[in-house]
Design a protein around this ligand. Structure first.
Ligand SMILES: O=C(O)CCC(=O)C(=O)O
Ligand SMILES: [Fe+2]
Length: 285
């Protein structure tokens, strides 16, 4: 739900999340989508050319074919999306919510993008579903001793109707951590601790921002809309946590960059053939 500017901080403290609709203009959202397409092409074509799946790439395969669930990390691949991570429309509200300076901790682009007709020239071990289990993000951060004060800001690049597998939240669950257990697709809140039928969908238009606590329980169903449901999620920590620079995603960037450069140099030499172009029906060229 949307709240007035003057009470959104109180709302966040009470429910563990707050939504601001249409923060980014259509033009800005278009630019983010173009960047998302460019990253998708780079990661799929470089994986294909070098016959090796990028560690950034989270793939699903089921009866409908392949789907890109997520690419992480991404801001080292896009100047525009790097700039958005420091945009005052994210940082100013977060500074109020944390009462401290927010520092970027990680970022990901959850595509939920169907890719019918796609096939790959590299070995892959895809997941079977693009749904996310009922979890909070701190369940994953806990192992690394990250603080519970981390806040995520999710920007919708596409409209998120019911059938798109929108993010679904359990308001008020941020007050104390609920224990999780391991399931086949990750970590899940222990079912005895929460009504899994409860919660609410965030049915947001493109360009909106949902700020949420690392303790807020959320999930999402599979995307059955046939269209991409892209959401950029940046996570920031309060400066006093002194977590340093890029501790979470740095190793992946470092390990993947040489492959991406190798692919880029192949292209500059006019070698290799790109099999994937974003935004084309069937996504194969
Ligand atoms: O993209 C979604 O629907 C949820 C993503 C999520 O919970 C996560 O990446 O931790
Ligand atoms: Fe999550």
């Amino acid at each position: 739900m949307t709240t007035n500017q003057d009470n959104w901080n109180q709302y966040f403290q009470k429910y563990g999340y707050v939504v601001m609709e249409r923060v980014f203009s259509d033009q800005e959202v278009q630019r983010m989508r173009k960047e998302a397409d460019m990253i998708l092409e780079l990661i799929l074509n470089s994986s294909n050319s070098l016959k090796r799946q990028s560690r950034r790439l989270d793939l699903v395969k089921n009866d409908s074919g392949y789907l890109v669930r997520k690419i992480q990390p991404i801001i080292d691949l896009s100047l525009y999306l790097a700039q958005i991570s420091g945009d005052s429309r994210l940082l100013d509200p977060m500074r109020t919510l944390m009462n401290e300076e927010p520092i970027l901790m990680e970022e990901k682009l959850n595509y939920k993008q169907p890719m019918p007709g796609l096939s790959f020239g590299f070995e892959t071990t895809p997941r079977y579903t693009d749904r996310f289990p009922v979890h909070n993000d701190w369940a994953y951060y806990q192992a690394e001793n990250y603080p519970q004060s981390i806040i995520s800001s999710a920007i919708t690049l596409d409209d998120c109707p019911t059938e798109s597998g929108p993010i679904h939240i359990w308001p008020g669950t941020h007050k104390s951590h609920l224990e999780h257990e391991s399931v086949d697709i990750g970590l899940q809140v222990q079912p005895s601790l929460l009504d899994f039928e409860g919660g609410e969908d965030l049915l947001l238009p493109a360009g909106s921002v949902a700020f949420f606590s690392s303790l807020l329980v959320h999930n999402s169903r599979p995307n059955i809309s046939g269209k991409a449901r892209r959401m950029m999620i940046y996570s920031h920590y309060p400066a006093s946590a002194k977590m340093g620079m890029d501790v979470r995603n740095g190793p992946t960037r470092l390990r993947e960059a040489p492959y991406e450069w190798e692919y880029t140099r192949m292209k500059l030499r006019g070698e290799g053939e790109d099999v994937f172009r974003a935004g084309i029906a069937g996504d194969l060229v």
